[in-house]
Design a protein around this ligand. Structure first.
Ligand SMILES: Cc1cc2nc3c(=O)[nH]c(=O)nc-3n(C[C@H](O)[C@H](O)[C@H](O)COP(=O)(O)OP(=O)(O)OC[C@H]3O[C@@H](n4cnc5c(N)ncnc54)[C@H](O)[C@@H]3O)c2cc1C
Length: 410
């Protein structure tokens, strides 16, 4: 991913000293880096969280913002990943109740046989995901009553005959990432550019950093290092250490944001070919529509017209009563999924993360791939590995709200 488009840093100063020493240095303050900082703090281990931009300013602010079991895994048969997501979903609802909102997602069906299959699959999904702390009793799951379905403007004139409702958890991805960082005692080195490493036979020793706000230099010394650089990992490893190996494949996805449409009160999850889902989600007074999937390279990734068109075609063929093309797009955003490299189409690549111990630097671990949903669990595992200490509080200790007040998700 190109550096040239990185936004200018805000005005401000970092009050940390020019030389810092911690037990663990984390590079990358996305959901993984921030979650690891919290895990280490809970275990009483000192750490620093370094990012060349702001906390949560990377992929972790361009997701579909769902902490989910992954209803698509029900369709693709990846039951293990789905059940892991369902467990994690309940933990997020417990530790971040102010950044989450339970919802009843409607999955519409075309034929009664499809409706029956949905009811069976969704029944299992909601049975395995029955732990839902804070579930609002007014939200109903299972078969959507005919009158409610007909009252939604998305049902008119389209191919759908009814819908089944399943439970999932919505969040604010960037705020959640900032809360994780705020819940840690990490020395925060945001807006700092890594300029070079010092190493010896034992591994990485120190990192030279430049504060992008005032140009001042800092030196960070650590015993252990973790790179959680999301889709920028391959580019950074090539620039910093001359490595040419591709650990990741990158897949872009876009969301379009429209004004709210009266009567569209529940989120819809529409099955599309190849195990894909089209989400149409009312949130924050708007309608969020997504997402696409396009393999991209390691450079500047603009939204292309074909992606927008793909969403419009899917909307028009599935929900024809709404004049999508006449509605102004209020915002469009693109995120790049870091997927662990393997053969085949990116749509079929696993969304699971892996942890790689670096071959040359034994004290360096790389976080590759992953999702918001499973970031806490993976980082708890890594923290236990790094410190030799398990920590139950990770699943129960409420997050600190970075801005002091809860998000207004409507
Ligand atoms: C369209 C889309 C929809 C998605 N929907 C969902 C969803 O609904 N639910 C879900 O669970 N997951 C979803 N995901 C996946 C999820 O968003 C990502 O897997 C996750 O955010 C990755 O987090 P990360 O911490 O690994 O990376 P990032 O959030 O990208 O963090 C990496 C950080 O590294 C920093 N960095 C990069 N290079 C450098 C450098 N040289 N020096 C210092 N810092 C650097 C960046 O500034 C960034 O802050 C979606 C992803 C996409 C793209």
């Amino acid at each position: 991913m190109s550096d040239s488009i990185w936004p200018a840093p805000p005005v401000g100063v970092c009050l940390l000293p020019a030389a810092l020493e911690v037990e663990v240095a984390i590079l990358g303050a996305g959901i993984h880096g921030a979650a690891l900082a919290r895990e280490l703090t809970l275990r009483g281990v000192s750490c620093a969280l370094v990012d060349r931009g702001e906390v949560g300013g990377g992929t972790s602010q361009w997701s579909s913002q769902l902490l989910h079991g992954g209803i698509r895994y029900m369709l693709t048969g990846d039951i293990r990943q789905m059940r892991e997501g369902l467990v994690e979903r309940a933990i997020w609802a417990r530790i971040a109740p102010h950044r989450c909102r339970w919802e009843a997602f409607w999955m519409p069906h075309r034929y009664w046989v499809e409706g029956l299959a949905h009811r069976f699959g969704i029944g299992l999904y909601d049975h395995w995901g029955a732990e839902r702390p804070g579930w609002p009793l007014a939200l109903e799951l299972g078969r959507v009553p005919r009158t409610a379905f007909d009252a939604d403007p998305r049902s008119a004139g389209g191919p759908f005959r009814g819908a089944t409702a399943y439970a999932d958890l919505m969040t604010w991805d960037r705020e959640l990432t900032k809360d994780l960082a705020a819940s840690s005692g990490a020395s925060l080195l945001d807006f700092h550019d890594p300029e070079g490493f010092d190493d010896d036979a034992g591994g990485l020793k120190a990192l030279r950093l430049r504060d992008r706000r005032d140009g001042s230099a800092r030196r960070l010394v650590a015993q252990r290092w973790v790179f959680a650089l999301g889709p920028w990992t391959d580019g950074a490893m090539s620039r910093w250490f001359g490595e040419t190996r591709h650990r990741l494949r990158l897949s872009a996805g876009i969301h379009l944001w429209f004004d709210a449409v009266p009567g569209c009160d529940r989120p819809w999850a529409i099955r599309r070919p190849k195990g894909r889902i089209l989400f149409v989600i009312p949130r924050d007074g708007m309608l969020q529509v997504g997402t696409t999937e396009r393999e991209v390279g390691d450079g500047w990734v603009p939204i292309v017209a074909a992606e927008r068109e793909e969403l419009f075609e899917a909307l028009e063929s599935n929900l024809p009563a709404i004049p999508w093309r006449q509605m102004p797009i209020r915002s469009e955003e693109l995120g790049v999924r870091p997927l662990v490299a393997a053969g085949g189409a990116t749509t079929h690549l696993s969304r699971e993360a892996t942890l790689e111990k670096h071959g040359q630097f034994p004290n360096l671990t790389l976080v590759l791939g992953g999702k918001l949903t499973t970031a806490r669990a993976l980082m708890a595992h890594l923290a236990t590995d790094l410190t030799g200490t398990r920590c139950e509080a990770s699943t129960t200790e409420p997050l600190t709200l970075w801005d002091g007040h809860p998000a207004q998700i409507r």
